[in-house]
Design a binder for this molecule. Structure first.
Ligand code: PLP
Length: 429
């Protein structure tokens, strides 16, 4: 598919032409676990990675491959691997880079579940996550050690509306000879393409805006294809003989596709977090309207944020799209089309009143999700960020009075009317 097409065209057509076997115009769901080999030589060539094709759906599947092509195209990357969830994408992304004893330096503003994964589960693999305040990019430089194998940030962070200075952090990663991994879930490539600013790997929870209607779990790892895995000698799984694949040197053999081939041939093979083809299909369907939805999500969110900022029961609104926000300059640089649709605000009265607001909404759904066409609300301190310490919660923008909204694409007057009645019930204002 020509790279000269516009974003909206690519989000409908990339990866999904008419089915070559039947002419079916919509993408078929290849609901199969295995694929017949032409003959014994063909089977051997497939297993040796000498020819590209399908063996078994844990590794590759044509419906998943269509989604991989579309995501790589939209992010401006070289290859992609889709996974069962965003969290499995994070593990799969680091898996080719890390050995026991290795470290990742990550932002303290990450999604609560990601901090949880890094802090408590990575040590079980012998990996260490060094958490730093990403508002000061130099903190990444200060945290570097000989065993640092990656930096990990979110372009736009959930739930605090924090925006990372991608270029500054990418430069530090580049000087250190390590890849920058960017979770682009909240921004989507419609708002921001981290590879343009120097990211090596972009990961997604496709569960959110990409599928767009709260129907399918999924994750993705997109590789820029630009990183030299051999240069520093720090990445033996990619640029040395890989014992997990009979000594194959992936970088020597596959060049700019080395990382993506490794993720399928070793990562998905041995860890197994494969996406269901039905979910890949739902995500492909959702992505056809990504641009339209994001435009409306952002316009609605800005209007709701401006309305809340004027409301007497509201102590503060943290939306990077507002000129009053400390991240507004970074938003204008990295997310010029809009600051996304997820933001937080504080109600006067703290924890108790916050829970009352959540209990009083009618149109909003009280769920632990974001990026649905429907408007969603949650009180992070008592739910998504419950397992963190007070200090970690505040660092992640999820203090006691914080309410998180994921603004949907409904009629904006209806969204505002629902919040108005809920705030009135909870506070009398
Ligand atoms: C939801 C989310 C994840 C985890 O994704 P799942 O699909 O729920 O596993 C990771 N990062 C961000 C920013 C998220 O919003």
């Amino acid at each position: 598919m020509s790279k000269t097409y516009g974003f909206e065209t690519l989000s409908i057509h990339a990866g999904a032409g008419p089915d070559p076997a039947t002419g079916a115009r919509a993408l078929p769901i290849y609901q199969t676990t295995a694929y017949a080999f032409d003959d014994a030589d063909h089977a051997a060539a497939l297993f040796n990675l000498q020819t590209v094709g399908f063996i078994y759906s844990r590794l590759t599947n044509p419906t998943n491959a269509a989604l991989e092509t579309r995501l790589a195209t939209l992010e401006g990357g070289r290859g992609c691997t889709v996974t069962a969830s965003g969290h499995s994408a994070q593990v799969l992304a680091l898996f080719p880079l890390m050995q026991p004893g290795d470290e990742v330096v990550a932002s303290s503003r990450l999604y609560g579940g990601s901090l949880q994964q890094m802090k408590n589960t990575y040590p079980k693999f012998g990996w260490k996550a060094h958490i730093v305040d990403a508002d000061t990019p130099d903190n990444f430089k200060r945290a570097l050690t000989d065993t640092t194998k990656a930096f990990f940030i979110e372009s736009l962070a959930n739930p605090g509306g924090v925006i990372s200075d991608l270029e500054a952090i990418a430069r530090i990663a580049d000087d250190a000879g390590i890849p920058l991994v960017v979770d682009n879930t909240m921004a989507t490539p419609w708002l921001c393409k981290p590879i343009d600013y120097g990211a090596t790997l972009v990961i997604h929870s496709t569960t959110k805006f990409l599928s767009g209607t709260g129907t399918a779990m999924g994750g993705a790892v997109v590789d820029s294809g630009k990183f030299d895995w051999a240069k520093s000698g720090k990445f033996p799984s990619l640029a040395g003989p890989e014992p997990a694949y009979h000594g194959l040197n992936f970088f020597e053999t596959f060049g700019d596709m080395a990382y993506t081939f490794h993720s399928h041939a070793v990562g998905l093979r041995d860890l197994g977090p494969t996406q269901a083809p039905m979910n890949a299909w739902l995500t492909m369907l959702g992505m056809e309207t990504l641009g339209l939805r994001m435009e409306r999500h952002c316009a609605n969110a800005l209007e709701v944020a401006q309305w809340l900022e004027r409301h007497p029961a509201v102590a503060w609104v943290n939306y990077a799209g507002l000129p009053s926000n400390k991240y507004n300059a970074l938003a204008r640089k990295y997310l010029p089309k809009g600051a996304g649709s997820i933001f937080t605000f504080g109600v006067k009265g703290g924890y108790e009143v916050g829970m009352k607001v959540v209990d009083s909404v009618d149109l909003f759904s009280h769920v632990a999700n974001i990026g649905d066409a429907k408007s969603l609300i949650i009180h992070p301190a008592s739910t998504t960020h419950r397992q963190l310490t007070d200090e970690q919660r505040t660092a992640a923008g999820a203090g006691p009075d914080v309410i998180r909204l994921s603004i949907g694409i409904e009629t904006v007057e209806d969204i505002i009317a629902d919040l108005a009645q809920a705030l009135e019930k909870a506070t009398g204002a």
